[in-house]
Every structure is written in structure tokens, then in C-alpha cells.
Write a protein that binds this ligand. Structure first.
Ligand SMILES: *[C@@H]1O[C@H](CO)[C@@H](O)[C@H](O)[C@H]1NC(C)=O
Ligand SMILES: *[C@@H]1O[C@H](CO)[C@@H](O)[C@H](O)[C@H]1NC(C)=O
Ligand SMILES: *[C@@H]1O[C@H](CO)[C@@H](O)[C@H](O)[C@H]1NC(C)=O
Ligand SMILES: *[C@@H]1O[C@H](CO)[C@@H](O)[C@H](O)[C@H]1NC(C)=O
Ligand SMILES: *[C@@H]1O[C@H](CO)[C@@H](O)[C@H](O)[C@H]1NC(C)=O
Ligand SMILES: *[C@@H]1O[C@H](CO)[C@@H](O)[C@H](O)[C@H]1NC(C)=O
Ligand SMILES: *[C@@H]1O[C@H](CO)[C@@H](O)[C@H](O)[C@H]1NC(C)=O
Ligand SMILES: *[C@@H]1O[C@H](CO)[C@@H](O)[C@H](O)[C@H]1NC(C)=O
Ligand SMILES: *[C@@H]1O[C@H](CO)[C@@H](O)[C@H](O)[C@H]1NC(C)=O
Ligand SMILES: *[C@@H]1O[C@H](CO)[C@@H](O)[C@H](O)[C@H]1NC(C)=O
Ligand SMILES: *[C@@H]1O[C@H](CO)[C@@H](O)[C@H](O)[C@H]1NC(C)=O
Ligand SMILES: *[C@@H]1O[C@H](CO)[C@@H](O)[C@H](O)[C@H]1NC(C)=O
Length: 848
């Protein structure tokens, strides 16, 4: 007996040990069979290896799959799962989520059908490269889960999946790159166990019975047919409905459905939870039937043409959490939403009028968007007084007027957009207590008054402060103590015309995350602080134009490496800066230093860092010396303005390397010599202004041949001589041609009537707007030009397209005025005076 007891104990101990072993082995999700050999079924292993041979595995993510001894157990291979009991492969998941790489398919091995026990096959994001899904996939008859989404399969639609009658989950979506036209869905009803179906981007344009087919899937809960071109269901088919009323989630966004879809949907009155019908052809009124979908939690009807609220459309949707009706044509006042427990309400981009709705009872609201409507009147403090959970309030682009109320009850508010209204008066100090605020965007209103430190006292989460474009005679004034340490770290400070001078705002030094700073026209008349360049660190956009900032860049501390200035858009124009331009600024993308007192040479352009420069305006300063002949790396420069300085010497020949340049302005300097012939390489030039220099030599013939996009050509007040080359007649886009005050002789070419823009009346279609492709903030700039207009110097910008002139005055032209010139009916001004022309035509044809 003793021995027996011992044996029993020993047996129990071994059994326990075995059990522990087995459990230990099963911690891994892959199979280890009870025999402890860890081997999967050989035939299935061979099938998987054959399958692998049909794949291109560039990043070797299937390295665990192999025939080597240590890789024998295919149940341990990545993406493979086996049965604990039988060792059969049950699951094959090679989706991007699992293997973190995109496999390409050369050929799907027919051996795959050896995996007869497979019930889960996920090939999401494998690249079939346009080849067809093989027919034999229909033989994997145990499949319950099949995901072939985003696999770029081609050929005919894989309707053989209709043989997989055990399928519960089927995703064939996002194969839009190939012709996945489904001629019909007649294969679908055999999949009677289907609970999840996604056929998004399969072209179902001509499948008029789709709704009837869906009705035959009694277990279906989730249906996604996004962007399938679905036509509205044929109403007569609806009478044959034999549905299970099980559909819970229906996404039919971006199709061609009309309101009759609601008749079909009403079959799912009680089961629907999520309903997405955005971007369809729903028009007219929001139907009452919606009001009976008592389980609805998410409803999106955005981007349609709905106009009218049916009176009871939302009355009893007690479960509704999110209602999106944005981008419709809704008018009038809102229906009664009182009984809803909405968390999100989006009514933006409609035609809603009248005063703001009283939504105070919607106390669960977290997101409220009423922007882009025509709401008018004042914002009353009681409108939103109980919405203590509200995080987003967007009232922008309306006609709201009056002053800003105290909204401190909105204690959860993070984003507060009121821009583009007509709000006036001051900003209440109480805003400083809304401690969750991340965004204050009040731009384009008529706000005024003083902003104090208390306006920000608890705003430690604030990231965006935009108070720009206040349409008010009195502007906003920021009255803040010099030693203020703000509670926030802002990302964007957009306060143009907001007066914060005369001292440079010292608190900016505390902002370490700044990427956008606009304090233009802020009344700052201080010296540029020594820490200015460290402020530029990581900043992408900085606009300080129109202040009276003094001092020199030379006095700044360079306490960080040059690299941190990369890609900066910097506008410091119209200040009182002096001294030389530091080479660190050559790393900017867009640099406007015009209208200051900067001096010294412009050798900073020779820095190889200037390769990124797109826009450079140094006009109206006092820079001098020669333009260094080192422009070879300015290959991205589109606009160069060096006008009104004291530059001398020749225009360097390396200007020909700046071959993307569209605007070149060198007016009013002391340049001598000829126009360098390398300039003919700059074939994108639209505007060339070298007026008021000491340039000489003949007017080059290549101007008319190579620079064929020229719209404005100003060579006035130089010493150009010789005759006018006929090639200038090739400039069919030219709009302003000014050769006045030179020594040009000979006759006026007869071919001037070839200047087609001048021969057409009205505004030129040529936009003198330039696209700065690589810039994020300022993506365009517009040319301006200063010319003598009706006896006065005037600058034209936005109406430049209207100005069409030829000025050949004050030269030594002889001969007759060619009669062809009268064809230039678009000319607004023609000045041929002070020449030696012999003709009857009046030289001043001012109002042609
Ligand atoms: C296999 O065993 C693991 C670990 O005990 C368990 O989590 C898993 O559900 C089992 N799989 C099957 C298909 O029974
Ligand atoms: C376990 O081993 C036994 C005896 O060798 C064998 O008959 C059985 O097929 C094995 N089981 C598996 C799953 O390999
Ligand atoms: C993908 O298809 C293209 C064109 O049919 C072919 O040239 C290319 O070799 C294919 N790639 C693979 C990995 O099969
Ligand atoms: C699908 O089923 C039909 C009839 O049941 C059969 O004729 C056909 O061969 C099957 N196709 C595949 C790919 O298994
Ligand atoms: C309706 O469904 C039931 C059970 O699923 C089925 O027996 C019957 O044939 C179906 N009728 C129609 C017209 O499809
Ligand atoms: C199916 O829809 C329900 C209800 O919207 C949702 O909760 C569930 O996550 C969806 N199932 C899948 C697999 O997406
Ligand atoms: C859904 O609700 C509407 C309105 O009560 C009703 O007319 C319709 O019969 C209901 N549909 C179903 C299938 O119950
Ligand atoms: C809101 O609910 C109350 C109480 O259940 C009910 O009396 C009232 O009619 C409902 N209002 C609407 C508009 O359905
Ligand atoms: C808000 O609810 C209160 C109490 O239920 C009710 O008296 C009031 O009329 C409601 N206000 C609105 C605008 O629906
Ligand atoms: C800087 O601001 C002024 C006026 O606020 C504006 O005209 C100018 O275009 C801005 N500069 C840039 C680069 O955006
Ligand atoms: C002309 O432009 C090309 C690029 O279009 C450039 O490679 C070449 O160096 C330029 N030639 C001169 C003379 O600057
Ligand atoms: C002017 O245009 C005519 C007709 O298009 C053309 O034949 C002629 O060569 C052009 N003359 C010049 C100088 O461009």
C-alpha cells in the first residue's frame, strides 16, 4: 500500500509537471502539440513554404518561415496560428499590422488549398500587383474570416468567395486601383453567416438590386459600401424584404443615394446604431422615419442637399450621441433637440439664420459646430451656460455681433473659434479663467480694447492665439508688464496690428515651442533684442513688418548653431534696422528686409546655405558694393529685389545660374555695363526691371527670343543705345514696355502689332502672381511695379493686370510712327514724346 501511495504521489507529481510544461508551452500563441515535438502538420508546412515561394519578401519579414531544422514548427512562424488540439493551421495573418512590411505576390501557390482547416485568412495590404485572386480560394471552405482589402488585385471580381459559405467576415475594400467591377452581387446571399461586409470602392454602379441582396444576409451587422457608386435601391424590390433586422452599422458614404434610401433603412428601425450617409444625393427634407431609429447613436448626413427639417425627425432619438448635418442647405430654425443626449452636434456650412439656437439643455455636448451659417445677433451668456462638458465651440463665419459674453461656465472648453463675425467691444478678462483653452481664434472681427495679463492668468494649455484682422478703428492693445512670465507655451501668436510697443515684448523669450509669430504693425520702436536669433529657433514664420525696430544684426548673440534657422519665412520689412546682413539669414526660405537702413555688402548671398532661398527682397536699403559673382547656388530663387540701393559694378554673369527666377528688380542702383548674356538662361522671367541705372550697350536681341514669358520689361533711364530689335515683337505676353530715357535710335519696328496682350482690351489674363511651391505659409507673392502714371510715380499691385503701357519717350527714335501701332487697342498709355519722329499721329495717344 505504501508503495502504491508513493507511486500515486509520484504519478501525480509527474502529471502536474507535465501539465505545467504543457501550459508553459501554450503561453505562446502558436501551437505545441501534446507530443512535445512542436511539429506542425508536414503537408501544411509544405503548403506554406510553397506559398512563400510565390511571394517577393524584400525585407525578409518571413525569415521565420523555412525548412531548416530549427524552423520545423510552422506553428511558430510569424502570422501562423494552429489548433491546440490537432496542430492544423487555423489562421494565416500576413497583414501589414503583423509583418510590418508589404509583401508582393508573384503567384499564389495552388498548394494553399492544403490548408483545409484554415478559418482566418488576412492578406490586408499584400500587393497582388494587378494579378487575379485565384479561383481556388473558393475551396478554402472552412474560412470564416477573409480580408483581401487593399491588395491591388486585378482581373475579374473574385466572386468565387461566394462558395465560402461559412464566412462571417469579408473585407474586399480598397482595391480601387484595378478594375474591380462587380457585375452583380448574386454570389453574396449564399454567405448566410456573414456578419461583417466591406466592399468599399468596388464599383457597384450598375448593381441595382444591392439592397435586396443585403436583405438576404440574416446575420449581417456591419455593412460598409463606401464610394461604390451605389444607385438608390429600386423601391419595388423592397417589398420582398426578408431581413433579420440585425444591421447595426451602415456606412454608405460617398454614393449616389437619394432619400428613398431611408425607406430601405427603416427595415432596421430598431437595430441601427451607426449610420453614415455623407456625400450622397439626399435632397429636400430630413424624413420623419429617422425619428423611429431608436437605437441610433451616430448619424452623419453631411455633404448632401438637405433643406428642410421634418418636425419630428430627431424627437425620440434618445441614444443619439453624434449628429453631423454639416454642408447641407438647411434653413430656418432648429427642430426641438431638447430630449437628446448629444455629445457632438455639427451644423456647420448650412444656411441657418436668425439668432443662435438655445442649446443650453444639451448638457452632454462636447463638440458644437455652428460655423459657416448666417446666424446673427448677439451671443448671450445663457446660450451655452450649462454646457460644462463642451470642448469645442466653433461659431466662426457667421454674422454674430455685439460683445463677447462671459463664458466661464464652459469650463471644459479647449477650442474657441469665433473668427469672421462682427463682434465688437473688448475681450472679457474672465476668459483667463477658462483653464482648458488650447485655441483662441477671434480673427476677423471688430474687437478692441486692452488685453491684460489677467486675460491669460490660467491659460496654461493655450497653444494658438489669433486676434488678427480686427476691423476696428481702435485696435487691440496688449498691456503687459515687461517681466511677465506667461503660463503658456504658444505654438502660434498671430497678433498683427495689436499694439504691444513701444518695447520689444520680452515675454516672447519664454516661448520655446513657437512656430508662427506675427506681431507686424505692433507699435514696437525698440532695439532688436540680443536674443532675437534664438527666438527664430524652430520658428517657421515670423512677421515683424511695419514696426520701428532699430539696431543691427551685428549686435545679436549667436547662441545656437546656424542650422536652427532652416526654412524660415522672415518678414522684417519697414523697420529701422541698420548695419550688415548676417550670413545666417541666407538659410531662410523667404527673406524680406526691404525698407530699412541696412548697409554693407550683400556677400551673405555667397553662403552655400542660400541654396534654399526662394524669395529675397532687400529693396529700399543702403546696401552697396558689387553684387558678388557667386550666385551659382541660388538655383531655387524665384524673386530677387535689390532696387533702390547703392549697388554698383556689373550685373554678375552668374545671374544665369538663377534659372528659376521669375522676378528680377535692380532698379535705382549704379549698375554699369551691358545686360549679361547669361541672363538668357533665365527663361522663367516674367518681370525684369533694371530702370534707373547706368547700363549701356544695345538692347539685346535675345530678350525677345529667350525671355518669352516677359510681362513687364523696364529698361528706362539707362544709357542703352542702338536700335530697337524686332525680336521684342515676340513678347506676346508683354504688358508694360518701358525703354524711356535712353539713347535708342532708329525707327519703331512695324511688327509691334504682334504684341498680342497689348492688342487686346481689358484686364490681362496673365496673373502677376507667383507660386512659391515649397513655402507653407506664404505660398504666393504678387508683383508690384512703380511707374510714372499721369505724371506721377505710382505703385500698382492688385490692378497691375489693367496697366498696359508702352513708353519709348526721351530717346533718339526717328522715322514714321508705324500705323500698326493703332492695332494695340489694349494700350492704356503710349508715350512716344521727346524723340525725332516725323509723323502726323499724335505722340500722346493717352486714351487709346
Ligand atoms: C490554445 O491555447 C491557448 C493557451 O492556453 C489559448 O489561449 C487558446 O485559446 C487556445 N486555442 C484554441 C484554438 O483552443
Ligand atoms: C503524437 O504522437 C503519436 C504517437 O507517436 C502520433 O500518433 C500522433 O499523431 C502525434 N500527434 C500529433 C499531433 O502529431
Ligand atoms: C508587377 O507588374 C508589372 C507589370 O505587369 C511587372 O512589370 C512587375 O514585374 C510585377 N512585379 C512583380 C513583383 O511581379
Ligand atoms: C463553387 O461552387 C460551385 C457550385 O457549388 C462549383 O461548381 C464551383 O466549382 C465552386 N468553385 C470553387 C472555386 O470552388
Ligand atoms: C426568408 O427567410 C427565411 C429564414 O431565413 C427563409 O426560410 C425564407 O425562405 C426567406 N424568404 C425569402 C422570400 O427569401
Ligand atoms: C460593427 O458595428 C458595431 C456598431 O457600430 C461596432 O461597435 C463594431 O465595432 C463593428 N464591428 C467591426 C468589426 O467593425
Ligand atoms: C419603422 O418605423 C416607421 C415609422 O414608425 C414605420 O412606418 C415602419 O413600418 C417601421 N419599419 C419597420 C420595418 O418596422
Ligand atoms: C421630451 O421628453 C418629455 C418627457 O419624456 C416629453 O414630454 C416631450 O414631449 C419630449 N419632447 C419632444 C420634443 O419629444
Ligand atoms: C430646458 O429644460 C428646462 C427644464 O426641463 C425647460 O423648462 C426649458 O424650457 C428647456 N429649454 C429649452 C430651450 O428647451
Ligand atoms: C506680414 O504682414 C503684413 C501686414 O500684416 C502683410 O502685408 C505681409 O504680407 C506679411 N508678410 C508675409 C511674408 O506674409
Ligand atoms: C543655365 O541653366 C541650367 C539649368 O537650366 C544650368 O544647369 C546652367 O548652369 C545655366 N547656365 C548658365 C550659363 O548659367
Ligand atoms: C509677327 O506675326 C506674324 C504672324 O503671326 C509673323 O509672320 C511674323 O513673323 C511676326 N513678326 C515678328 C517680328 O515677330
Amino acid at each position: 500500500m505504501q508503495g502504491h501511495a508513493m507511486c500515486l504521489k509520484l504519478f501525480l507529481a509527474i502529471a502536474l509537471l507535465l501539465l505545467l510544461c504543457v501550459q508553459g508551452g501554450e503561453v505562446s500563441r502558436n501551437h505545441r502539440d501534446a507530443n512535445g515535438t512542436g511539429r506542425c502538420i508536414e503537408k501544411e508546412r509544405q503548403a506554406l513554404l510553397a506559398f512563400k515561394r510565390g511571394l517577393v519578401d524584400k525585407s525578409d519579414c518571413l525569415s521565420s518561415w523555412g525548412s531548416e531544422a530549427q524552423k520545423q514548427d510552422c506553428c511558430r512562424w510569424i502570422g501562423v496560428s494552429c489548433s491546440n488540439q490537432t496542430g492544423h493551421v487555423l489562421q494565416l495573418d500576413l497583414s501589414f499590422n503583423v509583418i510590418r512590411s508589404r509583401l508582393e505576390v508573384k503567384m499564389i501557390s495552388p498548394k494553399l488549398i492544403e490548408l483545409q482547416y484554415l478559418h482566418h485568412l488576412d492578406l490586408h495590404e499584400i500587393d497582388f500587383n494587378g494579378s487575379q485572386i485565384p479561383d481556388f480560394i473558393g475551396s478554402l471552405s472552412n474560412l470564416r474570416y477573409l480580408d483581401l482589402s487593399d491588395t491591388l488585385f486585378g482581373g475579374k471580381f473574385p466572386s468565387q468567395v461566394g462558395n465560402l459559405t461559412n464566412l462571417q467576415y469579408l473585407d474586399l475594400s480598397e482595391n480601387y486601383n484595378y478594375n474591380t467591377n462587380a457585375e452583380n452581387l448574386d454570389w453574396l446571399p449564399r454567405l448566410s453567416s456573414l456578419t461583417y461586409l466591406d466592399l468599399s470602392f468596388v464599383n457597384l454602379n450598375n448593381v441595382f438590386n444591392w439592397a435586396e441582396v443585403i436583405n438576404k444576409l440574416p446575420e449581417l451587422t456591419n455593412l460598409t459600401l463606401f464610394g461604390c457608386g451605389l444607385p438608390s435601391p429600386i423601391l419595388s424590390t423592397l417589398s420582398y424584404i426578408n431581413s433579420s433586422k440585425s444591421l447595426a452599422s451602415v456606412d454608405l458614404n460617398s454614393n449616389k443615394l437619394s432619400t428613398s434610401i431611408f425607406l430601405w433603412l427603416s427595415n432596421y428601425n430598431t437595430s441601427l446604431v451607426d449610420l453614415y450617409l455623407s456625400d450622397n444625393l439626399l435632397a429636400g427634407s430630413i424624413p420623419d422615419v429617422l425619428g423611429h431609429m431608436s437605437s441610433l447613436a451616430y448619424l452623419s448626413l453631411s455633404i448632401n442637399q438637405l433643406e428642410v427639417w421634418a418636425p419630428h425627425s430627431f424627437a425620440s432619438l434618445c441614444s443619439l450621441q453624434s449628429l453631423d448635418l454639416s454642408s447641407n442647405d438647411l434653413t430656418g430654425s432648429l427642430p426641438d433637440l431638447t430630449n437628446l443626449s448629444l455629445q457632438s452636434l455639427d451644423l456647420s456650412s448650412n444656411d441657418l439664420t436668425g439668432s443662435l439656437p438655445d442649446l443650453t439643455n444639451l448638457s452632454s455636448l462636447e463638440v458644437l459646430r455652428l460655423n459657416n451659417n448666417k446666424f446673427s445677433g448677439a451671443i448671450s451668456g445663457t446660450h451655452f451656460s450649462k454646457l460644462s462638458k463642451l470642448q469645442v465651440l466653433d461659431l466662426s463665419w457667421n454674422d454674430l455681433a455685439g460683445s463677447l459674453p462671459d463664458l466661464t461656465n464652459l469650463s471644459s472648453l479647449e477650442e474657441f473659434n469665433l473668427y469672421n463675425n462682427q463682434l465688437s467691444g473688448g475681450i472679457p478678462e474672465s476668459i483667463g479663467r477658462m483653464s482648458k483653452l488650447k485655441t483662441i481664434d477671434f480673427h476677423m472681427n471688430s474687437l478692441e480694447g486692452v488685453i491684460l495679463e489677467t486675460h491669460f492668468s490660467k491659460l496654461s494649455k493655450l497653444q494658438v492665439l489669433d486676434l488678427s484682422s480686427q476691423n476696428s478703428s481702435k485696435s487691440l492693445v496688449l498691456d503687459i508688464h515687461a517681466d511677465w512670465i506667461p503660463p503658456f507655451q504658444l505654438d502660434s501668436i498671430i497678433l498683427p496690428s495689436c499694439k504691444m510697443g513701444p518695447y520689444f515684448p520680452k515675454w516672447l523669450q519664454t516661448q520655446k515651442n513657437l512656430s508662427y509669430l506675427d506681431i507686424s504693425d505692433a507699435g514696437i520702436s525698440d532695439i532688436l533684442p540680443s536674443w532675437f536669433l534664438s527666438l527664430c529657433r524652430n520658428v517657421e514664420f515670423m512677421n515683424l513688418t511695419g514696426n520701428q525696430i532699430r539696431g543691427s544684426f551685428a549686435d545679436l548673440t549667436l547662441e545656437f548653431s546656424d542650422s536652427s534657422i532652416n526654412n524660415l519665412i522672415l518678414d522684417l520689412s519697414s523697420n529701422k534696422l541698420e548695419g550688415p546682413i548676417p550670413s545666417v539669414l541666407s538659410k531662410a526660405l523667404y527673406l524680406d528686409l526691404s525698407n530699412n537702413n541696412l548697409s554693407g555688402s550683400i556677400s551673405f548671398l555667397c553662403s552655400s546655405a542660400a541654396i534654399g532661398l526662394l524669395f529675397l527682397d532687400l529693396s529700399r536699403n543702403n546696401v552697396s558694393g558689387e553684387v558678388p559673382d557667386c550666385l551659382t547656388h541660388l538655383e531655387n530663387l524665384v524673386m530677387l529685389d535689390l532696387s533702390y540701393n547703392a549697388l554698383s559694378g556689373k550685373i554678375p554673369t552668374t545671374i544665369g545660374s538663377v534659372f528659376r527666377i521669375e522676378t528680377l528688380k535692380l532698379r535705382s542702383n549704379r549698375f554699369v555695363g551691358q545686360l549679361p548674356s547669361s541672363l538668357k538662361n533665365c527663361t522663367s522671367l516674367v518681370l525684369v526691371d533694371v530702370g534707373d541705372n547706368k547700363l549701356s550697350g544695345p538692347i539685346p536681341k535675345w530678350l525677345g527670343v529667350s525671355l518669352s514669358y516677359l510681362v513687364i520689361l523696364m529698361l528706362s533711364s539707362n544709357h542703352f543705345n542702338g536700335s530697337l530689335p524686332t525680336q521684342i515683337c515676340h513678347l506676346t505676353d508683354i504688358q508694360i514696355l518701358d525703354f524711356s530715357m535712353n539713347n535708342i535710335s532708329g525707327s519703331i519696328p512695324k511688327c509691334l502689332n504682334n504684341l498680342t496682350t497689348l492688342a487686346q482690351k481689358g484686364i490681362s489674363i496673365l496673373e502677376i502672381k507667383h507660386f512659391l511651391g515649397r513655402l507653407d505659409g506664404t505660398t504666393t507673392y504678387e508683383d508690384d511695379e512703380t511707374l510714372i502714371w499721369k505724371g506721377r510715380m505710382q505703385t500698382f499691385k492688385s490692378i497691375l493686370g489693367l496697366v498696359k503701357t508702352i513708353d519709348l519717350s526721351s530717346n533718339r527714335l526717328t522715322g514714321e510712327i508705324p500705323s500698326e501701332i493703332t492695332h494695340l487697342v489694349g494700350l492704356v498709355s503710349l508715350n512716344l514724346s521727346r524723340n525725332q519722329l516725323t509723323s502726323q499721329i499724335t505722340p500722346e495717344i493717352g486714351n487709346l
